[in-house]
Design a binder for this molecule. Structure first.
Ligand SMILES: NC(=O)c1ccc[n+]([C@@H]2O[C@H](COP(=O)([O-])OP(=O)(O)OC[C@H]3O[C@@H](n4cnc5c(N)ncnc54)[C@H](OP(=O)(O)O)[C@@H]3O)[C@@H](O)[C@H]2O)c1
Length: 344
């Protein structure tokens, strides 16, 4: 019964965290939403306005995952935990502090709090395809969840490294302690997440690339193939994994891929009044441009531009009963709230 359950969610105001909270409340779970301060309108109003099914409830608790006492308070009395908090950023002048620490130190605090709160029986950790994808791959390859991004370093792939180290941290606890106590752990590995933002606050992270197209801050279309999954499917898989799936399961959640030029063509058709970029940028120029863009790098561009990578998400289909929204629907649906609420 969901009403007997109290689910803690870290990063609950984030793009994925907010949809996770929405699904939990729709199913009548009691939710303790961990959101670090400040609790401004843009960051928490959308949570407070969510419909709640019978038996459900929402409590928003100030939670910085870098503060162990906050994480302890968040988990106190909870039966389940969905740990989504991390920084979604591929490049920083201070990757140790900005990218690694929120993921790794945050997860270490979660692990310490799990030791103190045995009432938490089921743990879902949001990992990423970034924890799986090595720096180099054969274009056209299909990766499965047995692979780890072993070659990620703080210099070449700080985000991948952060996701690997955080996941290893919580898996080590699970193997050493959690399984012996009958406590379950599953990790969810989304690729690039698109779909409706619930607040203007969500127009960062993975939506940055679509926002750059909409704002024409990249004036041309880059030769990039994007693996897409819808945020609604990502949230659904987190909530299903509380009760379904294999203990220790590592679930890739991916739908399909689209080239950037297909994304733009789709958006132009769906939103013809908006001005979208028109001109494709050739590969060598795109690599050079990535080198000077604050959110990209030359090494990132060499791996991600002009290549195709596939993911095996069949375990999530088989074990969690997932089916996937079409990438085209995710792209179009991303912009409905953005245009309706005039967030551009
Ligand atoms: N979006 C994607 O394409 C994608 C793909 C694969 C995996 N993921 C993973 O999914 C998770 C959620 O990402 P998202 O896309 O929802 O990004 P997001 O909107 O930026 O959400 C990240 C959340 O983490 C929180 N957070 C960061 N540092 C924190 C700290 N020290 N204490 C408490 N909360 C903290 C953020 O809080 P603030 O609002 O206070 O910053 C925010 O609520 C992350 O683990 C990410 O690695 C995302």
């Amino acid at each position: 019964m969901s009403r007997d359950r109290l689910v803690a969610v870290t990063g609950a105001n984030g793009y994925i965290g907010s949809h996770v909270v929405r699904v939990l409340l729709e199913r009548g779970f009691r939710v303790r939403a961990g959101v670090r301060l400040p609790h401004t309108e843009e960051r928490i109003q959308h949570l407070q306005e969510m419909p709640i099914a019978k038996g459900g409830s929402l409590e928003v608790l100030a939670t910085d995952v870098l503060d162990s006492s906050d994480v302890n308070a968040l988990l106190d009395g909870c039966t389940d935990l969905i740990h989504t908090a991390a920084t979604v950023m591929i490049r920083s002048s201070n990757p140790e502090e900005k990218i690694l620490s929120p993921s790794v130190d945050g997860t270490m605090n979660v692990v310490s709090a799990l030791e103190l709160h045995p009432s938490v029986r089921n743990i879902i950790h949001t990992s990423s395809t970034a924890a799986i994808r090595p720096m180099k791959w054969e274009s056209g390859a299909t990766l499965s969840s047995e692979v780890w991004a072993e070659d990620a370093t703080i210099e070449n792939n700080p985000y991948g490294l952060a996701k690997v180290l955080a996941e290893r941290e919580i898996r080590k606890w699970h193997t050493d302690v959690g399984t012996k106590q009958g406590r379950t752990l599953k990790t969810i590995h989304p690729c690039m997440v698109f779909g409706p933002p619930l607040s203007s606050y969500h127009l960062r992270g993975s939506l940055t690339i679509l926002m750059m197209l909409a704002r024409r801050s990249i004036p041309a279309i880059i030769p990039m193939n994007i693996n897409i999954v819808d945020v609604r499917d990502v949230a659904e898989s987190h909530v299903r994994a509380l009760d379904m799936g294999e203990d220790g399961g590592r679930y890739l959640v991916t739908s399909g891929s689209m080239w950037m030029k297909e994304v733009v063509a789709l958006l132009r058709k769906a939103y013809p009044k908006h001005r979208w970029p028109r001109i494709p940028i050739p590969y060598p120029l795109a690599v050079l441009a990535a080198g000077v863009h604050p959110a990209a790098s030359i090494s990132w561009a060499r791996t991600h531009l002009g290549t195709v990578l596939n993911w095996d998400s069949r375990p999530a289909q088989n074990d969690l009963g997932m089916s996937w929204m079409q990438p085209s629907s995710s792209v179009i649906d991303t912009f409905k709230p953005i245009f309706d609420s005039k967030w551009l």
